[in-house]
Design a protein around this ligand. Sequence first.
Ligand SMILES: N[C@@H](CCC[C@H](N)C(=O)O)C(=O)O
Length: 354
Amino acid sequence: MSSAAAAAATSFAAKVAATPAPAPAPSRRCLPLRWNPSARRGVAAMAVSTPRSAAAAAAFLERRESERALHFVKYQGLGNDFIMVDNRDSAVPKVTPEEAAKLCDRNFGVGADGVIFVMPGVNGADYTMRIFNSDGSEPEMCGNGVRCFARFIAELENLQGTHSFKIHTGAGLIIPEIQNDGKVKVDMGQPILSGPDIPTKLPSTKNEAVVQADLAVDGSTWQVTCVSMGNPHCVTFGTKELKVLHVDDLKLSDIGPKFEHHEMFPARTNTEFVEVLSRSHLKMRVWERGAGATLACGTGACAVVVAAVLEGRAERKCVVDLPGGPLEIQWREDDNHIYMTGPAEAVFYGSAVH
Ligand SMILES: N[C@@H](CCC[C@H](N)C(=O)O)C(=O)O
């Protein structure tokens, strides 16, 4: 955590009232986000088992309503978890980057990989998505986050069934579509391959792209392919010495930060370590810029398939296994767009006092 965020940690009193979300069932909707008395009774009833604690919980809920509280819903996509904030009434995020870092702290806050804001759309988009990483920095895009975003909008707007939305993000227009089975398929747009645009200072090796370039990290020469999905990714399948990675053997907390802060990446980088299981099945672990080791990274999985295709290791349509579960990724030849399909669901509802 930055010193600014650490300072905020002492001043930002996050008291979190968390309640498990109802089990997902197609015919049953989640609790409405707009505060409503019957929903509140439901929360209290779930949280309490004795009359005495029921009274305490009711008193707490009364007090909570009278204080300035940030109401949120915690969502997760393959274990990549986010505090979702209904920010539809303003283009200014309801929490600062320092407060976001505090909220994301797994001991002193709610615990999450990031905070995501649903904001009014601009330039013809239905909504704008902004996100703060758990260190308070602001990335351009988040793949798992945009799936959660789509499900959150459906909940906020009381929409059932299939729906697609035009979302304005720092990576341009992103289009998630909620499918019949509840999964979300996202048009993630086109990958950016030009080194300076990613950005990386590594020289291009294949046309304008940086493919299987040598990168010295921690005494080894890693072979990396760089891809931007709006946010920067460095993908590696191994070192010059050790061509094949066994990703489960990696000590991510040692090696990850050395990539993230490498001088070749002026905006820092996300890094994906990949094992090829077959030409349509990849396995990866990720060290995320601003969030560290996470259970999944949607933009990372897209970057991995692009890198695998550019290196001739895989087909354009792959299942990518992440620690939190699989994502289906397709890099289409006709429009050069990448499509990502995966789950997203609400975990719990809460309020943080600040
Ligand atoms: N987990 C995300 C990526 C979030 C942003 C990333 N940490 C960055 O700084 O670029 C995903 O699912 O894509």
